[in-house]
Write a protein that binds this ligand. Sequence first.
Ligand SMILES: NC(=O)c1ccc[n+]([C@@H]2O[C@H](COP(=O)([O-])OP(=O)(O)OC[C@H]3O[C@@H](n4cnc5c(N)ncnc54)[C@H](O)[C@@H]3O)[C@@H](O)[C@H]2O)c1
Length: 255
Amino acid sequence: MIAKPCKTDFALEGKVAVVTGAASGIGLSIAELFAEKGAKVYMTDRNAAALENAAAAVPGSRALALDVSDPVSVDRVISTVEAETGEIDVLVNSAGVGDIEWAEAMSPETWRKVIEINLSGTFFVSQRVGQGMIRRGQGGRIVSLASQAGIVAIDKHVAYSASKAGIISMTRSLAYEWGKYAIGVNCISPTATETPIIVGYWDEPERMAKTLTNTPAGRYCKPIEVAAAALFLASDASTMITGENLVIDGGYTIH
Ligand SMILES: NC(=O)c1ccc[n+]([C@@H]2O[C@H](COP(=O)([O-])OP(=O)(O)OC[C@H]3O[C@@H](n4cnc5c(N)ncnc54)[C@H](O)[C@@H]3O)[C@@H](O)[C@H]2O)c1
């Protein structure tokens, strides 16, 4: 086991971070915060145009188009980052889709799409980045976006919930296998967070009122509140934490 002392400055100076789904929402907020904390941030997303715009506002970042559900695309992009930097210290898996439907009406195409992007995509990128971290022997940190929907049942979320529960389980498996390489693997599970993905479901007035009544904090989450948790788990402040699912839900799932 590689010695990895805990540090409490939450600094990412000198670290190389790859963020998937970085063109929008939570991934973008994470990229911004990590750059502010000194990381060289590789912003990746399948939406190349949005990614270019987003990266233009993040100092020192580099934008690379990536479809996480395509292992060939994953290998190409991660190989590029490794060739340019020699190392990846931190991976954040934020790419995801939120297609929803009542279970009895969900098409096989929608089921497969959600599982392919959210669950398989998170595995493909983690596996490829993990291979490099193991080869270099310097350890690393992996943080994946799960969801409160991976813990409790939510209307119309059957595929999404299954994909996120899969991420929580996969996180434990990777943490268990890669602990000996000093690779910390964790996930975070936000409640509804104010990004484009919640439009049309969580912003529907009746549902919002009911959800907020059941949320002790009484409000939805802001992307920066998720980014702050990702920073903790990406930094050397959390070196003894692995296999965990940090829930960021204002108390929604505690009762
Ligand atoms: N916003 C929420 O309420 C919430 C709550 C819990 C978990 N999450 C999770 O957080 C993550 C980020 O969500 P967000 O709210 O920022 O959504 P968002 O829609 O704002 O951003 C998601 C990004 O992922 C990208 N993406 C989609 N498919 C991709 C693929 N195949 N390859 C690469 N990039 C792809 C999109 O282009 C988009 O830029 C997701 O995994 C989501 O499930 C979000």
